[in-house]
Design a protein around this ligand. Structure first.
Ligand code: PEP
Ligand code: MG
Length: 575
């Protein structure tokens, strides 16, 4: 039966393909007594053999598509599977207690996991615990006769359907086969949505019920521009979606022509269009889309893609690659922003009620636990600074004291390197993200001490409206054009300009086609966005007149009471 679902349009594009369900199967079981313990041990052997074979295949595929370094994670899993001591203990448990293999497996692996997890400050042991948990799940699935989803093994064109996708799930999706993804939960600025845009995979998030409505192999038509999904589309609907897809492709081809053009408004004013990146590999997209700078390099992916803390040299190489790749154009590197929805298995973070309001980003960097990690990152950045035009940015700054603390560490590490005779650029700008309302309100004070601001609207909106950016139930409150948000942004831009500093924006709002006219009118200097939004923004800016946009912004700030009124006013000015 044809069924239509609506979600939040998270990444442009259209796709028609079969569903691939990326959902965790039910792994519950009961503990039972068995008579034939030998048969139970042989069930275990069978599950171990199947798990080994499966992991070897996944490892091979990961090495091909992601590289040898990423594939090594699976070597650790294979080692756990062949650990004679652990396997021996499970079998002994079956024998001694006449229990089923499932419960023997769980008892023994739980024991190992809690033993390793108890070694709080040993990152290696913490990782072993995570490996055992993963492997135990795989063996259990085979014992129960169910399959775990393996996104890296997808080898035909599909639409991935999931309750949610973590940034690491998203990173594993192969663009050649994954034509789109659709999730139950999430918002436009959740990190999986941001990654979908940079991978150019059409995506719809927050449908609330896609996993309940769709079965493996069901045909889906997905329109990521509008946020519409059709389950079992008719031939006519398929043709209609394909037509929308073709129109979108034609529009993209028009934008492509602006790849080497300057970003100028109708009255000849230049604005800088920069790109947000997560890894040096994303530079390809920056160049393909005519990015004039990197306005946000989210360095936490360097940490998340690595099985342990990346070394100073590893980081140096990554920063150098980006600085050199941009050939002297500005590169804003944000220091690590771990926490919230971005976790590190090897960094023991306390479990918190409100991780987005908790111990994250600069708060970790300035703590005793994060000091060494932060200093290592600073040294890598300072060493790389001679290879291009580096700007360093601190995330989640709430108070001037935090900024001063972070800046002092920057100065301290710089001095140490100079004393060691290491060359360091003396033109590195040091700025902050404005993503906490306290900093936006106090921007005049910050502006005296920082070199620049970059407004992080993804978080600024969630904190100002008290509406979780990942929660589709409150997504109606996620209002970039609400006059309250516009006032905060205007305050930040004016405060920067009063001190002769520049103000940019690296939240998703910078590439939002309704927001751009307002931001141009408010005098924002730099717009940093998913690389794939750059050309359409350049095309829009060509049509805008800055004097008229200043009038628009002024009227929106003075006359509008609601977001809806602002949208109406923008539509009046920009036809
Ligand atoms: C933001 O908060 O707007 C931002 C750019 O940072 P992130 O999306 O990584 O939190
Ligand atoms: Mg943020």
């Amino acid at each position: 039966m044809v069924e239509m679902l609506k979600g939040i349009a998270a990444s442009d594009g259209v796709a028609v393909a079969k569903a691939y369900l990326l959902v965790q199967p039910d792994l519950t079981f009961s503990k039972t007594t068995v008579e034939d313990t030998a048969a139970e041990a042989s069930r275990l052997d069978d599950a171990l053999a199947k798990s080994t074979e499966e992991l070897q295949q996944i490892r091979e595929k990961a090495a091909q598509s992601l590289g040898e370094a990423e594939a090594q994670v699976f070597d650790a899993h294979l080692m756990v599977l062949s650990d004679p001591e652990m396997v021996g203990q499970i079998k002994q448990n079956i024998n001694d207690n006449s229990v089923n293999a499932e419960s023997a497996l769980k008892e023994v692996t739980d024991m190992y996991i809690s033993m390793f997890e108890a070694m709080q400050d040993n990152a290696y042991m913490q990782e072993r615990a995570a490996d055992i948990r993963d492997v135990a799940k795989r063996i259990l699935a085979h014992l129960l006769g169910v399959t775990l989803p393996n996104p890296s093994m997808i080898n035909e064109e599909v639409v991935v359907v999931a309750h949610d996708l973590t940034p690491s799930d998203t990173a594993q999706l192969d663009r050649n086969f994954v034509k789109a993804f659709v999730t139950d939960i999430g918002g436009r600025t959740s990190h999986s949505a941001i990654m979908a845009r940079s991978l150019e995979i059409p995506a719809i998030v927050g449908t609330k019920e896609i996993t309940a409505k769709v079965k493996e192999g069901d045909m889906l038509a997905v329109n990521g521009i509008e946020g519409d999904v059709i389950v079992h589309p008719t031939d006519e609907q398929k043709a209609e979606f394909e037509k929308i897809g073709a129109e979108y492709a034609a529009q993209k081809a028009e934008w492509e022509k602006l790849k080497h053009a300057e970003t100028v408004t109708a009255d000849g004013k230049h604005f800088e269009l920069a790109a947000n990146i997560g890894t040096p590999k994303d530079l390809v997209g920056v160049h393909n889309n005519g990015g004039e700078a990197v306005g946000l390099y989210r360095t936490e992916f360097l940490y998340m893609d690595s099985p342990d803390f990346p070394t100073e040299d590893d980081q140096y190489e990554a920063y150098k690659a980006v600085l050199e790749g941009m050939e002297g154009k500005p590169v804003v590197v944000r220091t690590m922003d771990i926490g919230g929805d971005k976790e590190l298995p090897y960094l023991q973070l306390p479990h918190e009620m409100n991780p987005f309001l908790g111990y994250r980003a600069l708060r970790i960097s300035l703590s005793e636990q994060g000091d060494e990690m932060f200093r290592t990152q600073m040294r890598a950045l300072l060493r790389a600074s001679v290879h291009g035009n580096l700007r360093i940015m601190f995330p989640m700054v709430a108070t001037l004291k935090e900024f001063r603390g972070a800046k002092a560490i920057f100065e301290d590490e710089k001095q140490k390197l100079l004393n060691e005779g290491v060359e360091v650029s003396d033109t590195i700008q040091v700025g902050i993200m404005i993503e906490i309302p306290a900093a936006a309100v106090l921007a005049d004070k910050f502006a005296k001490e920082v070199d620049f601001f970059s407004v992080g609207t993804n978080d600024l909106i969630q904190y100002t409206m008290a509406a979780d950016r990942m929660n589709e139930r409150v997504s109606y409150l996620y209002q970039p054009y609400n006059p309250s948000i516009l006032r905060l942004i205007k305050n930040v831009i004016d405060a920067a300009h009063a001190e002769g500093k520049w103000a940019g924006m690296c939240g998703e709002m910078a590439g939002d086609q309704t927001a751009v006219p307002l931001l141009v009118g408010m005098g924002l200097d730099e717009f940093s966005m998913s690389a794939t939004s750059i050309l359409k923004t350049r095309s829009l800016m060509k049509r805008l007149d800055t004097t008229k946009m200043a009038e628009l912004a002024d009227r929106a700030l003075k006359e509008c009471d609601t977001m809806e009124e602002v949208v109406e006013l923008v539509n009046e000015y920009v036809k």
